[in-house]
Design a protein around this ligand. Structure first.
Ligand code: SAM
Ligand code: SF4
Length: 266
């Protein structure tokens, strides 16, 4: 489907949970998050039915994200259900890879073929600080297993403070190159303050060519990360919700006073 600004909307990002096993300083509030009620979280059947409707309206690219998608119970089953939907040309997942050493093979067997892994530094202590307690060795093990299993491409998402020339970014880039991974640099954003920028090495943040819709774990379809607009798919039904979201997709982002990366999925 085309939106009002002639952008072809074909990319759906699905946040399957707002929970996470890390607490990145730029993503989650320190004191944790208000838990979404269990009954508000979309079921696997609701998610797959929604995707089928989206595919019928022109979506052919789907990314599973979160929160941390690997902490959603039954994630492998969900991936298997999504991978079977005909009309999806590109299925991927964004993950912190902390649990990837145990999930890589089952995810591959379920039909997932490519992943993006978030990694902002190679330094053990700095990683612990950024993620408020994470162990970087889990990520390294996860990446190693994903590579062994055959995921390709594996892309590293590296959030940068000011530039991709800062030491952590350079180290992550060298690590990526030496392992055959791609790297994308994401400027640190602030949804509330409307501070956002373009992803280096990727498509994100370029409003004039934005082709995205986002589905939150509790069933809101959002036409823009940097806007409060969101349409409840249970109340409106999938088709009307998608058409309304595309119809109201803003020309460019402004600010988002309600959502955060962890519940919209970045
Ligand atoms: N937990 C998974 C992960 O970290 O890869 C998936 C969800 S996370 C919200 C998706 C992406 O958003 C990650 O690459 C993360 O680095 C990015 N992100 C989170 N908060 C951000 C912020 N304030 N500015 C820029 N990127 C952010
Ligand atoms: Fe969790 Fe990903 Fe947010 Fe970090 S960026 S707190 S790993 S959802």
């Amino acid at each position: 489907m085309l939106d009002r600004y002639n952008r072809k909307i074909n990319y759906l990002r699905i946040s399957v949970t707002d929970r996470c096993n890390l607490r990145c300083t730029y993503c989650m509030p320190e004191d944790g998050i208000a838990q979404v009620k269990h009954e508000d979280i979309l079921t696997f059947d609701e998610i797959t039915a929604f995707i089928k409707e989206a595919v019928s309206l022109g979506v052919n690219k789907v990314r599973i994200t979160g929160g941390e998608p690997l902490v959603r119970k039954g994630i492998v089953d969900l991936v298997r259900m999504i991978a079977k939907i005909s009309g999806i040309d590109d299925l991927s997942m964004t993950t912190n890879a902390v649990l990837m050493s145990q999930f890589a093979q089952p995810l591959w067997d379920a039909g997932l073929r490519r992943i993006n892994v978030s990694l902002d530094t190679l330094d053990i202590e700095k990683f612990k600080l950024i993620t408020r307690g994470g162990n970087i060795n889990d990520v390294f093990k996860g990446l190693e297993e994903a590579k062994r299993v055959g995921f390709n491409p594996i892309k590293i998402n590296c959030v940068i403070d000011k530039s991709s020339n800062e030491p952590d970014a350079i180290a992550v880039k060298e690590f990526a190159i030496s392992n055959g991974f791609e790297v994308r640099f994401i400027p640190m954003m602030n949804l509330e303050q409307g501070i956002f920028g373009q992803v280096e090495g990727g498509e994100g943040g370029n409003c004039s060519s934005c082709n995205r819709l986002r589905l939150t774990a509790n069933g809101y379809i959002k036409p823009c990360l940097f806007s409060d607009l969101g349409f409840n798919i249970r109340e409106l039904g999938a088709r009307i919700a998608i058409q309304t979201a595309i119809g109201q997709k803003p020309e460019s982002g402004s600010q988002n006073l309600e959502g955060e990366f962890y519940n919209i999925g970045g």
